[in-house]
Design a protein around this ligand. Sequence first.
Ligand code: SF4
Length: 154
Amino acid sequence: MIKLEKYMEVFPKSLWVTTCNSGSCNGCDIEIVATISPRYDIERLGMKLVGTPRHADVLIVTGPVTKFMTKKLLRIYNQMPDPKAVVCVGNCGASGDVFYKSYNLDGPVDRIIPVDVYVHGCPPRPEAIIEGVAKAVLKLETLRGESRKVGEVQ
Ligand code: SF4
């Protein structure tokens, strides 16, 4: 488990996050909502959920990517400014899980867009989602050429 001081180390500035449900059962999405609720309160870590991909640093994707959502997911990804990172939340998005090789899937997620961090679970707990976004920050920091000691967080 990463301690709060480590989170503060990898969140030197506000991180804006947006989400895309690519066909999930909503289980993962409910856990994401829990991360912004008072119990977990990700805003205390400088992390904010935003409604538009044009303002976001990190894209959280849930679900296995149904054919209906493929173009929409790509469009959302392409609307985000660089540098950007993608966090795949849940087993569905990582592998298809119980929907593996379903007739109605184009996914998993990394067949459509590049994924930087996988958060496994069905659904994963809010702590795991927060840790996954913290890991995504490492990629953003690398892209920004800021070689601070955040690499210690794995
Ligand atoms: S990983 Fe589990 S909880 Fe998350 S969208 Fe898939 S089936 Fe639902």
